[in-house]
Write a protein that binds this ligand. Structure first.
Ligand code: GDP
Length: 217
């Protein structure tokens, strides 16, 4: 058993996660508009969060690749949905980040159309991982995203990123604050995971959770 801030996963679950993510992960395509989104196939798990939250780093840490998702230092530039296929089990969908202060209004409108269009109408979408920087906690635009997901009826879970950037003493608080923030949200999975792509903390646990999603079909 591995304990991780009150969350326990047994050896079998962790092994299922390890096996799932040990499979070949291949880039499928980038969709800049809804018409380019691939036909429904494998169950999908999507990743979303504010620009610079550490989304690309997390996708890379999960898949054990350093270059699969592009880690960028220019937030707000990419406006594409990136699809990856993990063996014959799961699709990972890297959604463009939100909340970039300098983004022009036209970009925000395009982002909203693309992301909301995908999230609202996607039949194989099983889970959204809503990434939140553990240093900053849940912000107003994260709450807006949660409300959108509640309305769309898409199951989501909060994953805290960059745990290595806060002191161990602050980590429990970051989790309980995030859990309090999601309590009122109908479609939120009540469990918050704390991760560090840099140090690997929480990555086996997130893999185990996603293996559960994949196994449910
Ligand atoms: P994205 O814009 O959400 O895809 O974020 P990136 O993955 O590009 O990461 C943004 C910045 O945060 C980069 O400089 C990363 O190196 C850094 N970063 C991402 N994850 C972590 C982490 O777990 N720990 C630390 N210390 N830095 C991280």
């Amino acid at each position: 058993m591995t304990g991780f801030l009150g969350v326990t996963f047994d050896a079998e679950q962790l092994e299922a996660g390890r096996i799932l993510f040990a499979q070949d992960c291949r880039f499928m395509l980038s969709a800049a508009e809804l018409a380019q989104v691939p036909e429904a196939g494998l169950p999908e798990v999507a990743f979303i969060g504010r620009s610079n939250v550490g989304k690309s780093s997390l996708v890379n840490a999960l898949t054990g690749r350093s270059t699969l998702a592009k880690v960028s230092n220019t937030p707000g530039r990419t406006q594409q949905l990136n699809f990856f296929e993990l063996g014959e089990a799961l699709r990972l969908v890297d959604l463009p980040g939100y909340g970039y202060a300098e983004a022009p209004k036209s970009n925000i409108a395009a982002w909203t159309k693309l992301v909301n269009g995908y999230l609202r109408g996607r039949v194989p979408l099983r889970r959204v991982c809503l990434l939140v920087d553990s240093r900053h906690g849940v912000k107003a635009n994260d709450r807006e995203m949660m409300e959108m997901l509640d309305t769309a009826g898409v199951a989501y879970q909060v994953v805290l990123t960059k745990a290595d950037k806060i002191k161990p003493a602050e980590q429990g608080r970051a989790v309980t604050d995030a859990e309090a923030a999601i309590r009122k949200h109908a479609a939120a999975f009540p469990l918050v995971l704390l991760t560090s792509s840099e140090k690997g903390a929480g990555i086996p646990e997130l893999r185990a959770m996603l293996a559960g999603v994949a196994a449910a079909g």
